[in-house]
Ligand binder design. Structure first.
Ligand SMILES: *Cc1c(COP(=O)(O)O)cnc(C)c1O
Length: 417
């Protein structure tokens, strides 16, 4: 028998009791407040969390759908876009919008590219979007929604996009190329410069997915990390996605989509008046746009400033290097690739990596996994700096357990959603 369907209570409940019940509901959740999650959460400390939250609360009722009613949100969005363009070398005339997240930003990039091509008389039904196999699944989703064909191209030896192989996948019906800065699975920045050349040679739209790196890589670079080019300074880059709710440390529901020109962005919006409710014009996929998310992004950017973000990036990069060194020094473990930002992978070639993952999970450490190679995926926040020793101690114990064999009853799957 299925459990009874939850029903709306007939009478209301006071907030104190509800708050207590909600806190109790959260007791089984991953313990992100103690920096025990290396996925889903970006914890830059209590002060930043509190600014993000208070700003969200201050504007939680306002609606970005109505710029005439809420010039405050319009102004904040313009300022956030200006800041993002400044960080990503946006040229004169570049522009952008806030969206609800990376997936929406990517949907908007692919949609804008498709509609610009259609307006130029190209056949767009079934047209190709060529991506490295490490590109986020949001591109598959966007292509699925938009009637396009996604082509996933194998990577080069170093697990970065292979521009030569991507060039071969381009056909007469290809509209877009994608590179990531960095890609989510490996934390590596694709050779965007070569992709930019390819895009210019073949007249293609290059989208750079900097969802997880857009508000991190610029600060790492200011700190002296020697990063390859990935932003609008490369002339073939047409659009960039960058998530504020990741290393921008804003409340969730905030990302940015940037375009090289206003002429290009003209194909992103939607407007119609074909109903009795009056004319409606929206810049992105959303109707109602949560004022809280916009305000939170604005507030955290101003709260931290360049110095604050540089300091957070420094802490994350240092923590990553420290963890990678320590893991490589442990028997049976190794890291993969040479990530330069906040993501890294490790695993074992002598022991079952997913068993190690399971035993870390049992100790309360929540993270993602990657299937090729079989690896544990760490997306670090500044808060992780304080728990590295504890993590490594638990990791040594977990590895010893797996080495010792015995029955592992922890259910482990490659899926974590
Ligand atoms: C997180 C991420 C996305 C998707 O963003 P959401 O905010 O989860 O929709 C896309 N690309 C990359 C590289 C990401 O890290």
């Amino acid at each position: 028998m299925s459990p009874p369907r939850p029903a709306l209570p007939k009478f209301g409940t006071d907030w104190d009791s509800l708050g207590a019940r909600m806190r109790a509901l959260g007791e089984g959740d991953a313990d992100w407040r103690s920096a025990r999650t290396a996925v889903y959460i970006f914890n830059a400390g209590e002060d930043v969390l509190s600014v993000a939250k208070e700003a969200y609360a201050m504007y939680q009722s306002e609606n970005g759908l109505g710029p005439l009613a809420f010039p405050s949100l319009k102004r904040m969005e313009e300022e956030v876009i200006g800041i993002g363009l400044g960080l990503l070398a946006g040229p004169e005339g570049a522009c952008g919008n806030l969206t609800s997240g990376g997936s929406e930003s990517i949907l908007m990039a692919v949609k804008t590219c498709r509609d610009q091509a259609a307006a130029a008389g190209r056949t767009v039904v079934g047209a190709r979007v060529v991506v490295p196999v490490s590109a986020h699944l949001a591109f598959d989703k966007a292509c699925h929604y938009l009637g396009l064909e996604i082509v996933r191209v194998p990577l080069a030896e170093d697990r970065r996009a292979d521009p030569g192989a991507m060039a071969e996948a381009v056909d007469a019906n290809t509209l877009m190329l994608v590179g990531s800065a960095p890609c989510f699975p490996y934390g590596l920045i694709d050779p965007i410069e070569a992709l930019s050349d390819l895009a210019q040679d073949r007249g293609l739209w290059l989208h750079v997915d900097a969802c997880v790196g857009g508000y991190f890589a610029p600060f790492a670079r200011m700190n002296g990390v020697d990063l390859p080019g990935f932003d609008f300074s490369l002339p073939g880059v047409a659009s960039i996605s960058a998530d504020l709710h990741k290393y921008g440390y804003a409340a969730k529901g905030a990302s940015t989509i940037f375009h090289r020109s206003e002429a290009q962005r003209a194909f992103q919006g939607f407007e119609s008046g074909d109903w009795p409710g009056g004319h409606m014009k929206t810049p992105t996929a959303a109707g109602t746009r949560p004022g809280g998310a916009i305000a939170s992004a604005w507030a955290v950017l101003h709260y931290l400033g360049e110095e604050g973000y540089r300091e957070k990036a420094r802490i994350v990069c240092e923590t990553r290097a420290r963890m990678m060194d320590a893991i490589n020094a442990l028997p049976d473990l190794r890291t993969y690739g040479e990530p330069q930002l906040g993501l890294f992978l490790y695993g074992s070639e002598t022991l079952d990596t997913f068993q190690i993952y399971g035993r870390m999970l049992a100790r309360g450490w929540f993270s993602g996994v990657v299937t090729e190679p079989r690896a544990i995926h760490q997306m670090l926040s500044p808060a992780h700096a304080d728990v590295v020793d504890e993590y490594l101690e638990d990791l040594e114990a977990a590895v010893a357990e797996v080495r010792g064999g015995g029955l592992d009853t922890t259910p482990v799957s490659a899926r974590y959603s």
